[in-house]
Ligand binder design. Sequence first.
Ligand code: M6R
Length: 607
Amino acid sequence: MCGIVGYVGPKQATPILLGGLRRLEYRGYDSAGVAVVGSRGAQVLRCRGKLAGLEAMVQREMPEGTLGIGHTRWATHGRPSEANAHPHKVGSVSVVHNGIIENYLPLRARLETSGRKFSSETDTEIVAHLIDESLLGGAPSLVEALRVALRQVHGAYALVAISDKHPGEIVAAKNASPLVLGLGKGETFLASDVPAILEHTREVVFLDEGDVVQVTADGATITDVEGKPRQRPARSIEWDAAAAEKGGYPHFMLKEIHEQPRAITDTLRGRLLLEDRDADLEGFEVDVRNLRRVLIIACGTSYHAGLVGKFMIEGTARVPVEVDLASEFRYRDPVVGAGDLVIAISQSGETADTLAAVKEARARGARVLAISNVVDSAIPRSSNGVLYTHAGPEIGVASTKCFTAQLAALSLIAIHLGRRTGKLAPDAAAKLVEELALTPTKMTEALEALGDMKQLAREYRYAKDFLFLGRGTNYPIALEGALKLKEISYIHAEGYAAGEMKHGPIALVDDGVPVVVLAPQGPGYEKVLSNLAEVRARNGEIIGVGTKGDQQLANLCDRVLSIPDAPALLQPFLTVLPLQLMSYAIAVAKGNDVDQPRNLAKSVTVE
Ligand code: M6R
C-alpha cells in the first residue's frame, strides 16, 4: 500500500512530486506529504486525508528546492493523522515508506532506551531514527547509513530517504514492495508505479528484492545491502501517460468499464490461435500426463475470476480444479505439491497474501503460473511462468477491466489444457476459439445497449441491501456483482448460488430488497427461473440480467438488463457488465468517491 515518489534534477521538485502523487493516490489516501530540500534543509509539508489537502497547503507555501520525496498513505501502523503522515523527519533525515517493518516494537524500545523521542505511532519513523543514528555514529555516507538501518529491520518495504547533510542525493531500498527508478536527462525519479513518472521519462528500471540505490541527478547506482554492485536493465515503457488518464470519462472506473473489449482483444492477441483451434501460453509448458490437479489462488475480484476459471478448465480439460482464497491457503498447511499446477491471479501482482501463497506452493514443489496485469511485479517474478493480461493500467480501485482480462487469460489456459489433455475435441475447440474471438464485439454491443443506468440508479440508491443470484458460471458473477456494489456504493450486498436461496437466504427477501437475478439462456436457465419465481412470490423486486429478446424473463422481472447470447463458459464476460455499470451509477447517484472508495486501496501489500 502507499505511494512513493522521489525527484532529483534541475527543476522545482514540489510540482513533480505532487503530479506523481496524484497518479499514485489509488494506492492510499489516508494522508499525503512531501519533503523538499531547500537552502535550509528539508521542508516537510504533511496533512491528513487526500492529496487535495496537501495541494492546498502547497498553494499557500510552496517548498522550494530541486530534490524531494513524497508519499500518499494507506494506514497500517498508526491511524490516519498528520503526525503519522510521511515523510517522517528525524534530525537531518526524512523518510517515506511503503510496507511494514515487522520488528518495529523491539527496535522502538531499543531506540527509546537510548534517549530517542518518537513523534508518531508508525513503524516508518524507526527507519528515520536508525539512519540518523548511523549518520551521527559516523557512517561515511547516506547510503551506508541506510544499509546499517536495513541490516536491523525485517519486513516488507520500499524505503526512500534524504538528508539535509547530503543535499544532492536520494537513497532507496526495496524488499517486497514495488519501487521503480526513472532515468531522465539530468534528472532521476523514484516511484511506486510507472504512471507516476511517465510524463517525465520512459526509461525505467524495475528494482528487485534487496536492491539498495543511491540516486543523483546524473543517474543511480544499485547495490545490495552489503554494497556489492548489482546490474538491472533499463527498459523503455511503450504506453504513454494519457493511457493512465481518464480519457474524457468522469471517472477512471467508467473509462475502464468501457475499455474492456479492447483489454480482452489485447489479452487474446497472438495467443488465441484461430486456425490451429488452440491457445498459446507464451512458452509456459504444462506436462499434462502428470497433471494431477489445478489449484487457483487469488483474492477479491481475482478470486471471483478464479471461480469462473474452474468452470472453464474443468469444462475443457476435465482436470479437477480447486479455487482457494490466498489468505486462507497459506495458513492452512495446504495439500499441494508436484503434479499440481497452481494458477495465481493478481491484477497488481503485489497482493501480499497471494504472493505468500505462491511462495508456499513453490516451496512444496508445485509449478506456478501467474496471471497479472503488472509487468515484473512480485507475483510474476516469484512464479515459474506468467501470462500477462494486457488491460493497461487500472486506476479505479474497483477492478473491472482486469477482471474480464483475467477471464480471457483463463480461457486461453482452458483451451490450451483442453487440447493437450485431448478432452477438448477439435470441433469443440474451434467453436470455443471462434466464440472467444467474438466476445469483445459482443461486449461492445452490450455496453452500448445498457447505457448509463442513471434512471435505475435513482430508483435504487436508497436500498439498504441487495441480493445477487446466479448459477453455474454466473454464480461467481453474482459474488462479483455484490462485491462491486459494496465497494463503491457502500450498500450491503450478498451473492448467492441461486439454488441455495431456499436453504436460508430467502428469509431476507421482502419488498425492500432488490434481487438481481442472472438468467441468461443456457444450462440452468429453467432452474434459475424457478428460483426467480420463489423470490417473486415473496414480493421481491427483481432486476433480471438475461439474453436479448427473452420475453419470458421480461414477464417475470420488474426490469431486465439485456446482453447478447453466448455459450455458458463465456457468459461471465457479458453478465458482469450490467453489474459493473449498475454499481457505478448507484455510487455516482449517492455522491460517493467512485475511484477511491473509503477504506480501500488498489493494491493490498499487507497481510
Ligand atoms: O491485485 P489483486 O488482483 O491481487 O487484488 C486482489 C483484491 O484486492 C482486489 O481484487 C480487490 O478485491 C478489488 N478492490 C476488487 O474490486
